[in-house]
Design a protein. Structure first.
Length: 276
């Protein structure tokens, strides 16, 4: 039953995609012009011409150019899209796993101890709503390194969904499962690893999926601020070069990589899922 639904869903997605691309292509054809305009005038609008988003055909052409040699390195301001994405993924994964090292044990502690929950919850509720980018100036001042500051911002934005979901999953494990562990005289450590962790794993993975999505969102803005390398810097640099085609191509790459990161954690979530 699932396979026919998936096939029909895929077909419908392709139809919507092609219709959308067709409309996009038709609405963004350049008008006939007898007077040559500069690239800036074409982009911002001048005379009787108005600024137009590049059509999909132009974006696909640029995608072919970039993806045919994604790892070229022609200097500090001219690196391939593969290198830029690799820098961003490195920062995201480092900040993400650093947050996991702190959030998962602390979430277990909060979920298993009502006292710790009541003591730490006010701090979590105050710090959680702060925009990750609001930490960037302070991080740059204290750390004095743009690379580590960007990783710190990813750490900050990743920690809260994992922490909250871990605490929620641990605190909502069925009490009769914990009571069975007590009747077998398991220690608290064994109970945590053998009973609570498997039961809370789906909720924990949900928090991790939320965290990786937020981290990938934030790194783009962070790299626009700190510059140097990364997909965020690539977007900003191409905008400064008035190259809208490359900007749109990089936006699509950001979306594709974000989808792949979520799918990877989704596969792990399916492995730990269970039916009660």
């Amino acid at each position: 039953m699932t396979s026919p639904i998936n096939a029909r869903a895929a077909l419908l997605s392709l139809i919507i995609l092609f219709i959308g691309l067709g409309i996009w292509e038709a609405l963004n054809q350049p008008p006939p012009s007898t007077e040559a305009l500069t690239e800036y005038e074409l982009m911002m609008g001048s005379s009787d011409n108005e600024a137009r988003v590049p059509p999909p055909s132009a974006v696909l052409g640029r995608a072919w150019e970039e993806l045919s040699n994604p790892f070229y390195d022609a200097g500090p301001n001219d690196k391939g899209i593969g290198i830029q994405l690799a820098y961003s993924l490195y920062r995201v994964l480092l900040g993400f796993f650093g947050a996991a090292v702190i959030a998962l044990p602390l979430g277990f502690l909060i979920g298993m101890s009502p006292l710790m929950h009541k003591a730490l919850n006010p701090f979590i509720q105050v710090l959680r709503p702060i925009s990750p980018l609001a930490w960037m100036p302070l991080a740059l001042f204290v750390i004095k390194d743009s690379e580590l500051s960007a990783i710190f911002v990813i750490f900050i934005c990743s920690i809260w969904p994992m922490l909250i979901n871990t605490a929620f999953g641990v605190s909502n494990v069925r009490k009769d499962w914990v009571n069975v562990a007590k009747t077998h005289e398991l220690s608290q450590l064994k109970t945590a690893f053998l009973v609570i962790l498997p039961a809370a794993a789906p909720t924990i993975l949900t928090g991790m999926r939320i965290s990786i999505g937020i981290a990938w969102l934030v790194i783009v803005a962070a790299e626009m601020l700190v510059g140097g390398t990364g997909i965020g810097y690539y977007v900003w640099n191409e905008w400064n070069n008035l190259d809208l085609i490359s900007v749109i191509f990089s936006i699509l790459m950001i979306g594709i990589i974000g989808m792949l990161l979520d799918m990877a954690l989704g596969v792990v979530a399916k492995l730990v899922a269970y039916e009660e």
